[in-house]
Design a protein around this ligand. Structure first.
Ligand SMILES: Cc1cc2nc3c(=O)[nH]c(=O)nc-3n(C[C@H](O)[C@H](O)[C@H](O)COP(=O)(O)OP(=O)(O)OC[C@H]3O[C@@H](n4cnc5c(N)ncnc54)[C@H](O)[C@@H]3O)c2cc1C
Length: 412
């Protein structure tokens, strides 16, 4: 994997991460369809700390590598080359997105009690936004969970589902609808709720096709749940804004990790295509197979390019970066799926068997077209931004008028 203009220390961390994943982590992977067990996770995390590759995105003051966003991709792609790499390196969803947000908006006390142990890999966390019908899903405005003021704090009531990582998590960042309080607007607020709070309970498991995220995606019941004022994360009423602060980078890190897995699938397919002989030569000498290989190489490189641009924008112009992250999410989630699907095709029957991990890889990446905003929701937003951007440019005196050209030629 080549990246232009990497500073030497980032290139060195990338190489170290690559060696660690390939020499230590891959050997410990569970069989296709299995999950990383806690003891193996703990052992690998100790080894990752010793190898100096643990928590690449976490600030140095919390024991991480402190990488700036524009250099996340080469490292996360190396981590994602193994399905258990991101968990091992403590850069897996949802903890990674939660740590990013806590670092930006938590109080010093919240950082001490929640960010520090999360960064050290001592605890896990979850993020509770999605609810059953008719609550929040693609449309966050449908949020039904409520928090109302009481003496010294808030009472939260609601029902969440698809709460990744909730089994075994130490705390959940709960999104709840809140009324206007003082100068704070009516809207949504984020709360840090310890999972030992008697008002929160992990419910039924939801069995999905993926296996890489520790702690499942269960229902979460929040009933008469008291939290003190200190549990408010950021400011009251700004929860939807903070969700975007979290989601812009979080959906991009999913692109980075899953692109690493697509590279692994492509390598498996290339190795197979170079060795397996059909019709007098290896598969990779056959034109239609070369087409599959070329298309996957193009999907990998275009994903890499769009990630690099989005990361650079998020580091310099968060609003433009957040808009670009929609494009990156749609492109990468579909391109990555295609790469793994083609790898399966090239490997023939073995591709869909548990002799190879490819079918499980497909299961890992398929939900990515649904979470972090479904691809339809993003396409809708991308189209509206494109139309609004063009209308604004015309209003501002843009010289070239496409509709005038059509008129000149008699088309309109
Ligand atoms: C594996 C996995 C992990 C998850 N982890 C978490 C988590 O940790 N925390 C959390 O809060 N949530 C999580 N989710 C939930 C996820 O964010 C939601 O599934 C997602 O937001 C879609 O909401 P929904 O499932 O309610 O589908 P709905 O909101 O019912 O949407 C269904 C479909 O409607 C279509 N659609 C949506 N918008 C438009 C549009 N504008 N135009 C046309 N069609 C549209 C899309 O095809 C979409 O898939 C997870 C989901 C999965 C599958």
């Amino acid at each position: 994997m080549t990246f232009p203009h990497l500073p030497p220390e980032v290139a060195e961390l990338r190489d170290r991460t690559r060696r660690f994943i390939r020499e230590v982590v891959i050997d410990a992977e569970p069989a296709p369809g299995g999950r990383l067990d806690q003891a193996t996770r703990d052992r690998l995390q100790v080894a990752a700390k010793e190898a100096g590759v643990f928590a690449p995105l976490v600030p140095k003051e919390y024991g991480g590598q402190g990488l700036p966003i524009e250099h996340w991709s080469p490292i996360l792609q190396e981590a994602g080359y193994s399905t258990i790499g991101p968990s091992t390196l403590n850069c897996m969803a949802p903890d990674e997105g939660n740590m990013h947000m806590l670092n930006l908006i938590a109080t010093e006390d919240q950082k001490k009690h929640h960010l520090a142990p999360l960064a050290a890999g001592e605890i896990r966390s979850c993020f509770g936004m999605t609810e059953p019908h008719p609550g929040a899903g693609s449309d966050p405005a449908a949020l039904r969970t409520t928090a109302v003021r009481t003496d010294g704090g808030w009472i939260i009531d609601g029902h969440k589902r698809f709460t990744s990582g909730a089994v075994g998590a130490a705390f959940c960042i709960v999104m709840a609808r809140t009324p206007s309080v003082g100068s704070s607007p009516e809207g949504a607020t984020m709360f840090l709720v310890d999972m030992t709070n008697p008002g929160i309970r992990v419910g039924e498991a939801i069995h999905t096709v993926d296996r890489a995220i520790d702690g499942g995606h269960p229902h979460l019941y929040i009933e008469n749940c008291f939290v003190p004022d200190e549990a408010v994360l950021g400011e009251v009423g700004l929860g939807f804004r903070y969700a975007q602060v979290r989601l812009g980078p979080a959906r991009l890190t999913h692109c980075m990790r899953w692109l690493g897995l697509a590279r692994r699938a492509h390598d498996i397919a290339l190795d197979r295509a170079g060795k397996r002989e059909l019709f007098g030569g290896p598969i990779d000498s056959l034109g239609l197979a070369q087409h599959l290989i070329a298309e996957s190489t193009i999907d990998i490189e275009t994903s890499d390019a769009v990630i690099t641009k989005t990361a650079a924008l998020l580091g310099t112009d968060p609003k433009a970066g957040s808009a670009m992250s929609s494009i990156a999410k749609v492109h990468c989630s579909e391109a990555i799926f295609r790469v793994i699907d083609r790898a399966i095709q090239i490997c023939g029957g073995d591709g869909v068997s548990d002799g190879l991990p490819l079918a499980q890889y497909l299961n890992e990446v398929r939900p990515f077209r649904i979470y972090d905003g479904s691809n339809e929701t993003h396409r809708w937003a991308i189209a509206r931004r494109a139309s609004a951007g063009r209308a604004a440019a015309v209003r501002a005196g843009e010289q070239y008028r496409g509709d005038a050209v059509v008129g000149r030629h008699g088309g309109a």
